[in-house]
Design a protein around this ligand. Sequence first.
Ligand code: HEM
Length: 502
Amino acid sequence: MDDKYYTLAEGCPFASNKTAVMMRGGRGGQGGGLGLLQDTQLIETLAHFSRERIPERVVHAKAVGCYGEFEATRDCSDFTSASFLNKTGKKTPVLQRVSTVGAESGSADTARDVHGWAMKLYTDEGNLDWVFNNTPVFFIRDPIKFPSMNRSHKRHPQTHLPDQTMFWDFHVGNPEGIHQLMVLFSDRGTPKSVRFMNSYSGHTYKFTKADGSFKYAKIHVKTQQGIQTFDRQEATKIAGENPDYMIQDMFEAIDRGDYPVWNVYVQLMSPEEAEKYEWNIFDMTKVWSHKDFPLQQIGRLTMNRNPQNYFTDIEQASFSPSTMVPGFAASADPVLQARLFAYPDAARYRLGVNYQQLPTNAAKVQVYCPFQRDGKMRFDDNYGGDPNYVGSSVKPTKFYQDLKGSDPGTLSLHTDHEKWAGEVSAYNSEITNRDFVQPAALWEVIGRVPGHQDRLIDNLASTVKDVKYPELRKNVYSLFSRVNKELGLKLQERTETSIKAV
Ligand code: HEM
């Protein structure tokens, strides 16, 4: 045993485990007594316990997390000035958090849901967060719909139950999500574990260079363990038997040294190609053809270290698409633009205004940001007496480009590359027949795997049967008929038969 001993949080030695101090006597005898306000040990212990929980994330509350590394598999300086990609073999430490989306922190990992895939790359030019999903497309393209969409996937405001009527009512009324629904109700909607799934940026981002040029990019993270999925029945069974299945699978794999690996690819598109492309590249309900824009490998991701403490390493982690490094930038996808605001805002609410100082979020390079000071739970030296205003000649500090010698502005995260001129107007996310072209193609691809189309219909029917209103069910069948007539008909047949059978 070392010299360590228990203390209160301020250092006063903790007397013993059974020292609730009582005023004994009276009728209490040996067994009872009146508590005293002077019993600091008791009061501290109880008061801190009541404050152990912090707000859980409003979405993506349930997760598994770990650490690892990203290794650049090629020098990417032909399309980006990002330092972590400028040399073959360069390694960057990574924090990964993979989550379900809709349900609470205690919910089942194997529930049919999109899985979030957040990574913090602690690069030598500051942190880069890649906040992805395990699906390449999304339910909406107008960010104002995000809270509505998520509420319809959560609990009913009156019954407090998950509610299929609400779920399908949202999706019938906002049918631009049809592509994502096709993915979600396919086999990919119930992955076997984190190790056996891919993740995707979904959004178009930009890789930028110091000369002002840029390429649009989508990023793909592909499992080297192979895609593996549960069927609906297996997923439901495991949800009951072991709701933490994925957390356990990942923790134990890393613990026994069976480190999971993903290859990281990009699809690149020039601004000229984007102008002519048949799809709006700022619409995340669409993918880019791999034939036209082939995957190019840029790196490899290996996860090899479990958290030392779940709360400090994973729960206190905060990820945001706005956390970027020189050479990587946001595109004009309106959903992405809204996300740039939403995540730091959520972190300030959930963790406090100095969340960037928490060890798991802190950059591993020097941080000198004296224009962001004070605030609750500031726990560094707060830049001492350094000027807290810009433009000081008393104690000037260099800018990065003064050290690096590049042109001013080119290392900036702001997009000097694009010129925008236009009118302020409301965004129109109404659907057209074109929105069904990619889902229809996906239906054909699904058809190449024996039994997969049937499983998709079965997965859909198992939820549509719980929609209360026949008229709404009919609207669901019509929605899927627009993807493929046979799909719509079979879904109707399967659902209505199972309702009659009850
Ligand atoms: C308008 C669209 C969206 C909004 C407003 C939004 C907002 C949020 C918010 C508020 C959180 C909780 C953050 C926290 O408490 O720390 C969150 C988590 C997350 N979101 Fe989104 N989101 C949007 C779309 C997306 C999309 C398109 C993706 C994937 C491509 C995505 C991936 C994630 C992931 C992976 C997390 C969990 C991050 C973590 O592990 O801490 N979200 N989102």
